[in-house]
Design a protein around this ligand. Structure first.
Ligand code: KIV
Length: 271
């Protein structure tokens, strides 16, 4: 008789405990079944079905065009590849900014149609009413402050946020508001390390950074960036662990050459 080892799913509580115990939280994006299976098997704690799918999967310049239906398609594919990671799904631009009822409807669609475990939303004070309403329906919410790509046309640039005192103060205020509203974690994107460290120390919920230094409770990167698939994007905060761009084009080039030279298929590859 084979005894199958049951994999314990990471929950919002698990990552809260990790913060208390000082264990760093690893988070990566994924947008499809095959990749999420690999990310999950490698032991990543949290998988984010980011609206960066708009850039990475669809080739758009920004995250704005991706729709709720498209996010639901990506998220339901990701869920099928996981057995351990906590799966968080971005509510896309235009699916929650209108009012808190619209936000709740979008969050419920994600939870019902994908089987994901939580949603993520960008913004602070402006969205706190929606955060409360979604939480009151029992849906866990992750916040996202600092560089919030859905507001790129307001910022006009992807440079580091909250370098100035006024913006830093607002960010700290927003982080406290999101925690008080009940968010289980917050992503801080592209802000000075000292500010991110201060937020992580002041708040009791996990702070997960991207370009926010090492003083936070966990790190998140976009999968295709850290695997070196997307070579045009090289911010200072990015560490690339593979050079998949070269490896994939090299392998495909060899396949093309083998087909042309009739080396492929050989007799052992034929019926
Ligand atoms: O959409 C995304 O990939 C994100 C991460 C950069 C945090 O929001």
């Amino acid at each position: 008789m084979s005894v199958q080892k049951e994999v314990k799913r990471v929950t919002t509580r698990t990552i809260q405990d990790m913060k208390v115990r000082g264990v760093k939280i690893s988070m990566l994006t994924a947008y499809d079944f095959s990749m999420s299976k690999l990310v999950d098997a490698a032991g990543v704690d949290v998988i984010l079905v980011g609206d960066s799918a708009s850039n990475i999967m669809a080739g758009h310049e920004t995250t704005l065009p991706i729709t709720l239906d498209q996010m639901i398609y990506h998220a339901s594919s990701v869920i099928r590849g996981t057995s351990r990671a906590l799966v968080v799904v971005d509510l896309p631009f235009g699916s929650y900014q209108g009012n808190s009822k619209e936000a709740l409807t979008s969050a419920i669609r994600v939870m019902k149609e994908t089987g994901a475990h939580a949603i993520k939303m960008e913004g602070g004070e402006e969205i706190v009413e929606s955060v409360r309403r979604i939480l009151s329906a029992g849906v866990p919410v992750m916040g996202h402050l600092g560089l919030t790509p859905q507001s790129i046309y307001k910022f006009g640039t992807y440079v580091v946020r909250a370098r100035e005192e006024e913006e830093a103060k607002k960010l700290i205020h927003d982080a406290h508001l999101l925690q008080e509203a009940g968010c289980f974690a917050i992503v801080l994107e592209k802000v000075p390390a000292a500010l991110a460290t201060q937020v992580a120390q002041e708040l009791s919920i996990p702070i997960i950074g991207i370009g926010a230094g090492g003083g936070v409770d966990g790190q998140v990167l976009v999968l295709h960036d850290m695997l070196g698939i997307n070579t045009e994007f090289k911010p200072r905060f990015l560490r690339t662990y593979l050079n998949l761009d070269e490896q994939i084009t090299g392998a495909i080039g060899r396949y093309v050459a083998d087909v042309k030279s009739q080396d492929f298929p050989n007799t052992s590859e034929s019926y």
